[in-house]
Ligand binder design. Structure first.
Ligand code: AMP
Length: 115
């Protein structure tokens, strides 16, 4: 298995500031936050990158990730003002950890284009 640091967090082998969990996903604060709120929403299933997503097979999981994002944004008080959701994919996409994750970033004005 391509075990990453996120698998170890999910298995509770290493600590993280976990803010949300259910059968399908776990969410925890990013160790190097890019805004006042920066949370990683991670499927428990090991999927390395966006490229391995199958829309039909992973529909429930993807829905659970977006439900988590909305629920967490509400809890963090940034739902009304808005926030950014990001998936980095592979080298040029800036992906560092090869276990699928969605960044939820908010609490400041986001800029476009991204760096
Ligand atoms: P990406 O570049 O999209 O793969 O994002 C990986 C993210 O994981 C980065 O924003 C890192 O700061 C974050 N990260 C790496 N290790 C940890 C950790 N142990 N706990 C929380 N966040 C982490």
């Amino acid at each position: 298995m391509g075990e990453t640091i996120f698998s170890k967090i999910i298995e509770r082998e290493i600590p993280a500031d976990i803010v949300y969990e259910n059968d399908l996903v776990m969410a925890f604060r990013d160790i190097n936050p890019q805004g006042p709120v920066h949370i990683l929403i991670v499927p428990k299933e090991e999927i390395p990158t966006v490229k391995e997503i199958d829309g039909k097979k992973h529909a429930e999981l993807l829905g659970a990730m977006f439900d988590a994002a909305n629920e967490i944004a509400e809890k963090e008080g940034i739902a009304k003002e808005g926030f950014r959701l990001v998936f980095n994919c592979c080298d040029k996409g800036g992906q560092e950890v090869y276990h699928l994750h969605m960044h939820l970033i908010g609490g400041r004005q986001m800029m476009w284009p991204p760096g």
